[in-house]
Design a binder for this molecule. Structure first.
Ligand code: AP5
Length: 214
């Protein structure tokens, strides 16, 4: 199963990708998590990416496509994967098509998690993350068992640097300009499905399972 998740920043892509990963036993491939790892390890790619990420801007298509070309040919992708946060522009989608055609492994579904901007702005102030695993919490909608601590390791949770309100607004603007055109791109390929991402985390998950099994 090869699924791609499309949605605004904070729309719940990472949260649902983790649910799907456990259910189908396929990897979640999050370009955001991959980039944050590069930034943390201060690789040359991470140093280039950091300034875009901190500003709420997209990292260049060429950096992303090169990173993904290497990732998608890894062995753990043989049975499928969940793409979370990639592609994010039409050139990235075209690059992905080219790569998947050469591997003879087309996408099965492009799944849109639809959430309006105001809900995103309300939600983002409450996100907490466990940086090394990428586990995602929300102080109100998905709280950890113990305040500000990861459920599995007990390590401290952090607030992502790009979650401040002004940066979230900028990320939303870029989403509408550069990423939402992917909705018609995948609609013309007849693989697009949409779920209402304003429902509870569990109800969004149920709708996703229904849509991908239809
Ligand atoms: P990335 O990490 O991909 O960020 P994003 O797309 O902006 O998405 P988020 O991770 O912020 O949100 P999400 O949709 O995963 O929501 P989550 O599940 O956490 O990218 C970061 C940066 O990296 C980009 O800005 C860019 O610079 C760069 N980048 C990455 N990929 C790139 C690419 N392909 N090209 C170029 N640049 C790239 O949920 C959010 C919160 O809401 C959580 O607290 C969660 O608990 C809560 N929540 C989730 N669902 C619900 C629900 N249904 N109800 C209530 N609360 C909910």
């Amino acid at each position: 199963m090869r699924i791609l998740l499309i949605g605004p920043p904070g729309g719940g892509k990472g949260t649902q990708a983790k649910n799907l990963m456990s259910k189908f036993n396929i990897p979640q491939i999050s370009t955001g998590d991959m980039l944050r790892k590069h930034v943390k390890e201060m690789t040359s790619l991470g140093i280039k990416a950091k300034k875009f990420m901190d500003n709420g801007e997209l990292v260049t298509d060429s950096i992303i496509l090169n990173m993904m070309k290497e990732r998608l040919i890894q062995k753990d992708c043989n049975n499928g994967y969940i793409l979370d946060g990639f592609p994010r522009t039409i050139p990235q989608a075209e690059g992905l098509d080219k790569l998947l055609n050469s591997l003879n492994s087309p996408l099965d579904k492009a799944l849109v998690i639809d959430v309006n901007d105001q809900s995103i702005i309300d939600r983002m102030g409450g996100r907490r993350v466990h940086p090394s695993s990428g586990r995602i919490y929300h102080i109100k909608y998905n709280p950890p068992k113990e305040k500000d601590k990861d459920d599995i390791t007990g390590e401290p949770l952090i607030i992502r640097e790009d979650d401040i309100k002004e940066t979230v607004k900028k990320r939303l603007k870029i989403y509408h300009q550069l990423t939402s055109p992917l909705i018609s791109y995948y609609s013309t390929k007849n693989i697009l499905v949409t779920v209402d991402g304003t429902l509870s985390i569990n109800d969004v998950y149920k709708s996703i399972l229904k849509k991908i099994n239809d």
